[in-house]
Design a protein around this ligand. Structure first.
Ligand code: S3P
Length: 173
């Protein structure tokens, strides 16, 4: 009989450009966990990229699919899961993660995030926004992201440092 109780999944949340995919993959490697990125799962399942889904089917279609795919993947064991920037805004996803996951918000300054997201074309949510509008979106979402278990102030920290800090906190669970 296996009496080892597995830990909660480690879930990364935060704005676009906060490094969830890259840091998530690193965390999974260190923890010897599986890694899932919900945007990648959506793209693989639809065979379309995120922008194309938004353009052709609209945001509601994307959010419904995102919610379904995210709730499914959150139920796996021994996994690090990076959520799309809007995933944690879903009441269902938030409710599930609060009960069953260890959720980490990767927090960066607005300026850093704006500089990063402006360089990437596959981000339909902000493609028509100016910097002030993006800043307001970041501030609005911060109120929701702050419901995570822990917040990491990433500004000025190396990737290695961020990963080690998350692992340190996760291992205390
Ligand atoms: C979104 C973030 C994106 C992607 C989609 C919508 C958002 O994911 O899910 O473009 O609403 O913040 P990343 O945070 O991985 O870029």
């Amino acid at each position: 009989m296996n009496l080892i109780k597995s830990k909660k999944n480690l879930v990364l949340i935060g704005m676009m450009g906060s490094g969830k995919t890259h840091l998530g993959a690193n965390l999974a490697k260190k923890l010897e966990y599986k890694f899932y990125d919900t945007d990648h799962l959506i793209e693989n399942q639809t065979n379309l990229n995120i922008s194309k889904i938004f353009n052709d089917f609209g945001e509601k279609y994307f959010r419904d699919l995102e919610e379904k795919i995210t709730l499914d993947v959150l139920k796996k064991k021994n996994s690090v899961i990076s959520l799309g920037g809007g995933g944690y805004l879903s009441n269902e996803i938030r409710k599930f993660t609060k009960l069953s996951c260890f959720t980490v918000w990767l927090k960066w300054n607005s300026k850093t995030l704006i500089d990063r997201v402006k360089r990437n074309k596959n981000r339909p949510i902000i493609s028509n926004m100016n910097n002030l509008e993006i800043k307001k979106l970041i501030e609005k979402r911060a109120k929701i992201y702050s419901q995570s278990n822990i917040k990491i102030n990433c500004e000025g920290k190396s990737k290695k440092n961020i990963v080690n800090r998350i692992i340190e906190l996760y291992e205390k669970l």
